[in-house]
Design a protein around this ligand. Structure first.
Ligand code: BES
Ligand code: MN
Ligand code: ZN
Length: 506
């Protein structure tokens, strides 16, 4: 993992393999972003280089200039900030610019980043983006390829140290913000690693083992308790038992808690953890199945958030419920037409075995509610309809309390995770009426994200603020990397949930 430092040395003096500087658009070209503090000759050299290279200063533009006179680092990397010349640069612009620059580096150990920051929070955005851009998923290669061809695993060495250049490097607030950025980036890397792990290697028990190991290695006290398939059956968790019964690798609900003394509030996080979603007997076509190792991204985000909250000593009790199962077709698999009884006694008629997420989450929400938390959030790669509605980069937020739903959206915004409020129209609830059970578990195709949300609402006690976060699109990047977002698992949701938990501290 990449170490994050802050330094108040002048950027040009920094002893690093690479110095990252910002550029902004200027007329038809680009110029250096203000506040770099370089000697005149160095700045002049870079302005000339920018002209020669045809720089535009736009986001995602990354230009490399070696051997700049007066700069100690042998390589300067210029990263575009866009038209942010006058005034403060948006935090997400800073994150992405730092991320793009660091992502473009190969075979370097130390990186200094000097982007225009004006306070601890913008410095933290730079640190966060740089550390997230340094993420690499090693994959499962037997050996390093000698050719330039790369597969899904990334064999490029990540930089070991990122140093953010700031004016007040010794300031307490700056130090705390840098620490938070490092912990958050590390948590996102953990979530990304879990998502990227192939589904033959990551299954309910191995996911559980990973969480136990991380808890044991944590400097903070995180407790882990596990309900195995026997305990789930005995406890009446018919939803997750039904989803998991087709697989030879049985389901688990893992409870991960950070409970500080004198906690100011309690927050429950429920994560969908389908380690592979084949669709079950209602099997998916191969192309839709290929990315379904990522169907545990909600549970990964929950686990990562609880560890981050603990490391940072957030004065709020945060309890994660990881609903882990593998959705497989077999002779023991659940059938359409089956009726199962959920943890709270509600009976559900199975319509489509590919709507498995809501079944494991329904049980998870019941369990979470039993501890009477102040608020509950579930996070899930729940519906393809989320992607139809909002695309691959924006998550949907629903809930039973408009104020709380807005708090989740605001937390997302502060973390650079795009989220949009969506309704739970009572008119659609009739689609979930069943002729044989309390509930049918699927509605019509149109508005599928909303009927999934309405289904989950049935498992949340009235009066408990609850939000449902559908991250089907943003949790996994099928396209090219951008900003600090790599291909594959993105870690989406960790920033939102951590900011939300911190918000409960008052
Ligand atoms: N895991 C999928 C949803 C999904 C689709 C996540 C694409 C990420 C990318 C979920 O379990 C599922 O299969 N949903 C069905 C629901 C339907 C059967 C009601 C869907 O979206 O088609
Ligand atoms: Mn499914
Ligand atoms: Zn699924």
């Amino acid at each position: 993992m990449t170490t994050v430092n802050v330094s108040d040395r002048p950027a040009h003096d920094l002893k690093a393999d690479v110095l990252v500087l910002g550029t902004v658009t200027s007329g038809s070209g680009a110029e250096l972003a203000p506040g770099h503090g370089l000697p005149k000759a160095s700045a002049g050299h870079l302005e000339t280089a920018l002209k020669t290279l045809g720089g535009k200063g736009k986001p995602e533009e990354v230009l490399k200039v070696p051997a700049v006179p007066g700069v100690t680092a042998p390589l300067v990397v210029l990263t575009g900030l866009g038209s942010a010349a006058d005034g403060a640069v948006d935090h997400e612009v800073l994150r992405r610019a730092a991320g793009s620059a660091v992502r473009a580096l190969t075979g370097v150990a130390t990186v200094g980043v000097a982007l225009p920051t004006e306070d601890a929070s913008s410095m933290a955005a730079v640190a966060e983006g740089a550390a997230l851009g340094a993420y690499r998923y090693a994959g499962q290669r037997a050996s390093r390829p000698t050719s330039g061809k790369r597969g899904r695993g990334d064999d490029r060495e990540a930089p070991s140290t990122v140093t953010v250049v700031v004016e007040k490097g010794r300031d307490k607030a700056v130090k705390a913000a840098a620490r938070r950025a490092a912990v958050l980036a590390e948590a996102k890397a953990y979530a990304r690693d879990l998502v990227n792990t192939p589904p033959n290697l990551l299954y309910p028990q191995s996911f559980t083992d990973s969480v136990r190991e991380r808890a044991a290695a944590s400097s903070a006290k995180v407790t882990v308790t596990v309900l195995d398939e026997k305990a789930l059956a005995k406890g009446g968790f018919g939803g997750i038992v039904g989803v998991g019964q087709g697989s030879s690798r049985p389901p688990r609900i893992v409870t991960v808690s950070w409970s500080p003394s004198r906690a100011k509030a309690s927050l429950a996080l429920v994560g969908k953890g389908i380690t592979f979603d084949s669709g079950g007997l209602c099997i998916k076509p191969p192309a839709s199945m290929l990315t379904m190792k990522s169907d545990m991204a909600g549970a990964a985000a929950v686990a990562a958030t609880v560890f981050a909250a603990a490391e940072l000593g957030v004065p709020v009790a945060v309890t994660g419920y990881l609903c882990l199962a593998e959705n497989m077709p077999s002779g023991t698999a659940q059938r359409p037409g089956d009726v199962v009884t959920m943890r709270n006694g509600t009976t559900v008629e199975i319509i489509d075995t590919d709507a498995e997420g809501r079944m494991v989450l329904g049980d998870g929400l019941c369990l979470a509610a039993e501890a009477k938390p102040d608020a509950v959030v579930d996070i899930a790669t729940l519906t393809g309809a989320q992607m139809v509605a909002l695309g691959a980069r924006v998550a949907g937020v629903m809930g039973n309390d408009d104020g709380f739903r807005q708090r989740v959206c605001d937390a997302a915004g502060s973390a650079g995770e795009a989220a949009w409020p969506m309704p739970l129209p009572t008119d659609l609830r009739a689609q979930l009426d069943s002729t044989v059970a309390d509930l049918a578990h699927k509605g019509e195709r149109w508005g599928g994200m909303l009927t999934a949300g309405l289904f989950l609402k049935e498992f949340v006690p009235e009066g408990t603020p609850w939000a449902h976060y559908d991250i089907a699109g943003p949790s996994f990047n099928e396209g090219s990397p951008w900003g600090y977002t790599p291909q594959g698992g993105t870690g989406f949701g960790v920033g939102t949930l951590l900011a939300l938990a911190e918000g409960f501290a008052g």
